[in-house]
Ligand binder design. Structure first.
Ligand code: ADP
Length: 498
C-alpha cells in the first residue's frame, strides 16, 4: 500500500548503526513502522566510526549509493561518499554520509567531556547534505523530518537556500525535539562555515542572546514542531523546562504537539530477547527469576531470589536525577535491597559510584560503561527500575521496564507522567497501577516512593504480581505512535497550500 507520501528523515543517530540515547531507538524503529503504513521514507545519517564497526561486526557492507558526492559548504566544495543499507527487518533505505574528516571519530558528539569544536559545521553538513542527497536521488519529499538540533538546520536551508528549488521548494519542515536541553549553541562566527547569511542572525531567527542557537532556528523555520510526549510538549512552553526557549515555543504554541515514543518489541521483548538467559512472558514469568539470579551472579552480587533488586540505566547526568540518587544514596543503602547501575556520563558521578561500589560490594554493582546487552539483562533481572528524572521528554527505559515486568519508580514529569500510574489503593483496585511515582524533585520524595515499592514487594507479593501483569500487558508498540506521525505528516504536508 502506498500513500504517495514521501518523507526525508534526517537523524544524527539510528539503531542498530549508532547510538548515544533514546533518539537512536526512535530513529531505528519509527521509519520502519511508517513504511509499513505506506509512507515512502528515506533516512539520512552520518557514517561514524561506530557505524563502520557495526557493519564489520555483522560482516556486512553497505553499498555505495553516490560515489562522488559534492556539496558547497563553508566556502568550498566538500567531497564525500554516500553509502546505503536497509534498516533491519524493513525496506527502508538508510543513507550514510561517509565523510571521514567529519564523522570518522572516536565518538558521535564529544570526546573526554569536550564537544568537538566543529560540531556546528559537522551538523550543518548533515542538514544540508541530506537535502542535496534528495535532489541527487530525485526524491521530492512532502515532509523533511529533522530530529534534534543536529539536523534542525535542514529547516533553515529548506526555507532559504532551497526555497526556489524545483524539487525541494514545495517540501514542508517538521522538527521533532527529543530533548530541549541540547540546543546547539555556538559563537556567531560559525555562521559563515554553514553558508548562512548574517541576515539570519537576529532574535526572530537564529540569534539567542548573542549566540547562534541551531534548535531555535529549526523551531522558527519549521512548519510543525513536536516533542515526544504530550506533557513535555506543554512543559517546554514554561520557564522551568523551556531552557530559555519557552518564549519562542509558546509564541509558536499552535504548531507544537506531543507524540509519545513507542518501543521496538522486536528488540525489547522478554519473549524473544536473545540477550537474556531465559525468556518469559506475562503468562509464564518463571524465566524472570532465572534472569535475576543470572544477573546477580554476573555482577558479583549474592544470589538471592527474595531480595529486591533495584536498577537504573542511563546517562549519568543531572537530567536523569542522579543528583537525587546521590543525595539519597546512603539512605537507600540502608534499605533491604541490591542496587545495579549501568551508565556513563559526568565524571563526578563516575567517581561517586566507583567509591560507593568499593565500599558496598555485596549491595551495589556500578557498571560505568555502555553495554547494550547488559541493559537488556538488567531490565529482565531487576524488580524495580529507578528513574527520578528532573525532566524527561519521553523516556524509554520505563517503557522497557514495563514490558519486562520491572516496576518503574519515577518522578512524574514529561513522558514519565504520561506512562506511569502511581500505585495507590484506588489505582491498584482498578488494576491501573503499573509503578510508583513522586512529584517533588527532592531525595526524600524519591526515597518515600522507593520505600512504598519495597513495602508492597515484601508485604503483599500478590499485589506486586498484579502490578507486573498490568505493566507487561500494556502495549506501547510503535504502531499507535506511527499513526499519529502519519496524521502529523499529512497535516504538515497539506499546510503547503496555505
Ligand atoms: P535519553 O535518550 O535521554 O538518554 P531514554 O530513556 O529515552 O534516555 O533512552 C536511553 C537509551 O539509552 C535506552 O535505550 C537505554 O537503555 C540506553 N542506555 C543509556 N545508557 C546506557 C548504557 N550505559 N549502556 C547501555 N544502554 C544505555
Amino acid at each position: 500500500m502506498s500513500l504517495d507520501l514521501k518523507v526525508l528523515f534526517i537523524t544524527p543517530e539510528a539503531m542498530p548503526f549508532s547510538k548515544t540515547g533514546g533518539l537512536a531507538d526512535v530513529s531505528g524503529a519509527l521509519p520502519a513502522e511508517l513504511s509499513r503504513l505506506g509512507v515512502e521514507v528515506k533516512v539520512v545519517t552520518p557514517f561514524y566510526r561506530q557505524v563502520a564497526e557495526y557493519f564489520e561486526s555483522q560482516r556486512k557492507k553497505p553499498v555505495t549509493a553516490v560515489d562522488s558526492a559534492k556539496l558547497w559548504l563553508g566556502g568550498r566544495l566538500q567531497r564525500y561518499r554516500v553509502l546505503r543499507a536497509n534498516l533491519p527487518k524493513s525496506k527502508v533505505d538508510v543513507y550514510f554520509l561517509d565523510f571521514p574528516a567529519l564523522f570518522g571519530r572516536e565518538s558521535l558528539y564529544h570526546e573526554h567531556g569536550e564537544d568537538y569544536w566543529d560540531n556546528f559545521f559537522r551538523f550543518a553538513f548533515l542538514s544540508k547534505a541530506a537535502l542535496e542527497l534528495s535532489r541527487t536521488l530525485g526524491f521530492a519529499p512532502d515532509v523533511v523530518h529533522a530530529n534534534d538540533w543536529q539536523s534542525a538546520l535542514s529547516a533553515v536551508y529548506l526555507k532559504t537556500t532551497y526555497a526556489g528549488d524545483s524539487l525541494l521548494g514545495g517540501a514542508r519542515a517538521l522538527l521533532t525535539i527529543h530533548n530541549l536541553a541540547y540546543q546547539g549553541i555556538f559563537d556567531k562566527g560559525f555562521l559563515d562555515s554553514g553558508d548562512l547569511t548574517q541576515t539570519l542572525f537576529h532574535p526572530g531567527a537564529l540569534e539567542f542572546w548573542g549566540k547562534i542557537n541551531v534548535l531555535k532556528g529549526g523551531i522558527v523555520f519549521s512548519d510543525a514542531v513536536n516533542t515526544v510526549s504530550k506533557t513535555y510538549a506543554k512543559e517546554i512552553q514554561t520557564k522551568e523546562f523551556g531552557y530559555g526557549l519557552e518564549g519562542v515555543l509558546s509564541a509558536q504554541g499552535g504548531k507544537i504537539t506531543g507524540i509519545v515514543n513507542g518501543i521496538d518489541y522486536s528488540a525489547w521483548n522478554p519473549e524473544l530477547d536473545e540477550h537474556i538467559p531465559a525468556r518469559y512472558s506475562v503468562e509464564d514469568m518463571r524465566g524472570k527469576m532465572k534472569c535475576k539470579l543470572d544477573l546477580q551472579k554476573r555482577l558479583g552480587l549474592p544470589q538471592d531470589e527474595g531480595v529486591f533488586l533495584l536498577a537504573t540505566i542511563g546517562r549519568l547526568a543531572d537530567q536523569k536525577g542522579f543528583d537525587l540518587i546521590r543525595a539519597g544514596f546512603d539512605e537507600l543503602l540502608k534499605l533491604k535491597l541490591q542496587i545495579v547501575i549501568l551508565g556513563t556520563g559526568m565524571p563526578e558521578y563516575h567517581r561517586f559510584f566507583e567509591y560507593k561500589a568499593d565500599r558496598y560490594p555485596g549491595v551495589l554493582s556500578a557498571n560505568l560503561f555502555f553495554d547494550e546487552s547488559l541493559a537488556h539483562q538488567i531490565e529482565a533481572g531487576a524488580d524495580g527500575f529507578l528513574m527520578p528524572s528532573r525532566f524527561e521528554p519521553c523516556g524509554l527505559n520505563q517503557l522497557y521496564s514495563l514490558r519486562y515486568g520491572t516496576i518503574p519508580i519515577v518522578r512524574l514529569t514529561g513522558g514519565l507522567k504520561d506512562t506511569i500510574v502511581n500505585a495507590t489503593k484506588q489505582s491498584i483496585e482498578s488494576a491501573k497501577a503499573n509503578g510508583f511515582g513522586f512529584k517533588n524533585y527532592h531525595e526524600q520524595a524519591m526515597l518515600k516512593a522507593v520505600r512504598s515499592a519495597l513495602n508492597l514487594y515484601y508485604d503483599d507479593p500478590e499485589t506486586w504480581q498484579q502490578l507486573m501483569v498490568t505493566a507487561m500487558s500494556r502495549d506501547y508498540s510503535w504502531e499507535a505512535s506511527a499513526m499519529q506521525y502519519l496524521k502529523l505528516y499529512k497535516k504538515t504536508a497539506a499546510s503547503r497550500l496555505d
